[in-house]
Design a protein. Structure first.
Length: 330
């Protein structure tokens, strides 16, 4: 467990409370890694990696990345992903029953490659006032993320995969990514495959998101699109993320930090509502032990501010626990 920054430590406490109430037989090896709280170092990062290699699974909060350049372009969050080769980020965007948004009954998945692309941390000043930022696209990693997307679609019973790109402008880089997706698609004839340029994809997501099923894309596009999609169903508080390598799985509180003052609030008052709480599937009627809490587990009267209510995180946690054990703590 890495509590992270902002509301992360408070939400991790919420996870522990639900684990305790659900008698989940898990012991957390807790590590504090934060660049803004000066608790980050290569030594601590190595300890986190060693712990991950032993347990194979982690639950992490948002590790804030300062914008200031302090001699190293790669953040600790990025370094952790690279050391564990967490190449696939998965964000399942699904509407909460009973919570009305502009688009309801949405169910789509955004998969992005997150070890290269625009986030390769390869920048330099080639001449005074001229910065070159390199975008890396490789055949091996493009094929790997494409195969991951089609395997995911197959296992989850999904019907279509859409490759999102900008190959009309970046003919070599995005062109290679697109070509790899097309090659992999031929190996999965039962799954429909199409392509879409990234700018049109953003417009289509706002106008008619129902046309999408599984979307696969390079790093930067995915980072933007999964935040856009999260806004369609209520915000980051209800859309946790997942990262995978061939051996490890990391579950994250959300695709973006909680908005506004929620980042700083504590004492049971943060804005975030739903976090990925691993609990017995039979108790929460969830198909996956790590997933957003599904309704009817969520009491619609217990809403945090990001969902239009006035309840605190503590109120939300109490509601979840009461659902597990109606008289727990009475």
């Amino acid at each position: 467990m890495l509590p992270g920054d902002g509301v992360g430590p408070e939400l991790m406490h919420a996870v522990k409370e639900v684990f305790k109430a659900g008698n989940v037989p898990v012991i957390f090896d807790e590590h504090h890694l934060s660049e803004v709280q000066n608790t980050a170092s290569e030594e601590k990062l190595d300890r986190v990696v060693d712990s991950m290699k032993e347990s194979k699974v982690a639950l992490i909060g948002k590790i804030h990345t300062p914008m200031e350049y302090k001699g190293d372009l790669a953040s600790y969050d990025m370094r952790l992903r690279r050391k564990l080769d967490l190449f696939a980020n998965v964000v399942h965007v699904k509407s909460l029953p009973g919570y009305q948004t502009r688009h309801n009954n949405l169910d789509l998945v955004i998969i992005r490659e997150q070890t290269e692309g625009e986030y390769s941390s390869l920048e330099h000043e080639s001449a005074k006032g001229v910065i070159e930022c390199l975008k890396i696209i490789t055949r091996a990693k493009s094929q790997r993320i494409a195969k991951f997307a089609f395997d995911y679609a197959t296992k989850k019973g999904r019907a279509k995969v859409t490759a999102v790109h900008k190959a009309n402008i970046m003919k070599l880089g995005d062109g290679l990514f697109l070509q790899c997706c097309k090659e992999v698609a031929e190996l999965y004839p039962k799954i429909k495959f199409d392509t879409m340029i990234i700018d049109n994809c953003c417009m289509q997501l706002v106008q008619n998101p129902y046309q999408f099923d599984v979307l696969v894309m390079p790093n930067l596009y995915g980072n933007i699109v999964d935040n856009l999609a999260a806004g369609l169903v209520g915000g980051a508080g209800v859309v946790p993320g997942e990262s995978y390598s061939a051996e490890y799985a990391v579950f994250e509180l959300g695709s973006v930090p909680a908005p506004g003052p929620g980042r700083a609030l504590a004492g049971g008052r943060s804005l975030c509502s739903a976090v990925p709480v691993p609990v017995p599937a039979r108790s929460l009627r969830s198909p996956c032990p790590f997933s957003p809490l599904p309704l009817p587990v969520l009491d619609l009267q217990v809403r945090t501010r990001d969902l239009g209510g006035y309840s605190t995180t503590s109120d939300f946690v109490k509601s979840v626990i009461d659902n597990l054990h109606p008289h727990y703590g009475a």
